[in-house]
Design a protein around this ligand. Sequence first.
Ligand SMILES: [Zn+2]
Length: 210
Amino acid sequence: MDKNDYRNTTYCESFELIKVKKSQLLSEIRKEHPRAIDLYDIVKEEKHKNKYYNIYNYKCSYCGASLLNMPRNYMEVDHFINKSSFFKASEAGKMENLVLSCFACNRLKSSFLLIGKYKELLFPDKEKIMNVFFRDNNYGIKIKKNYEKDLKINEFYNKLLLSSEFRKLDFLLLNLDGLSKDPKAKKIKEKLGYIKAKLLEKRNSIDIYK
Ligand SMILES: [Zn+2]
């Protein structure tokens, strides 16, 4: 499962059991807030935040960028299906609809309208999104053949700038983080640190709105 996930490098832990981990956190939250429907602000509270982020291994559920490589406030909680698509806006704050997203994905996705089968296909908590996108040999995120001509998938892909260079940089940084934790890389740790600093400098100079 892991190596098919465009959001993970070979060093990353897989996005497994998100549903199970979310329901565990939900039962903890329920002790304090037995009737709350909208959990958006609650999962962001300091005492729950780390546990919530941990469910996603501190990575964006859409692109896989790591919190290690961005300012702390650049990781956000996103309503997967936006509020206006719900009969009652509070329903959008249900645990299952809240996903971890980097600043870029959250802002770019904005009010993207998810309808019909796309609510399933693009839902980052499930494996289906791994059948839609893949990581090519050039570190880029690409649309799989089956969905190449799918307009809605293309719209999502373009809106989130998934083909942009900065997505490649995020992936390279993620690889470097993994590699530097490898005991075999001990001797080159300093060099890796230098490369990482250079890459981060480049990554942080990119303005997603340009
Ligand atoms: Zn992202």
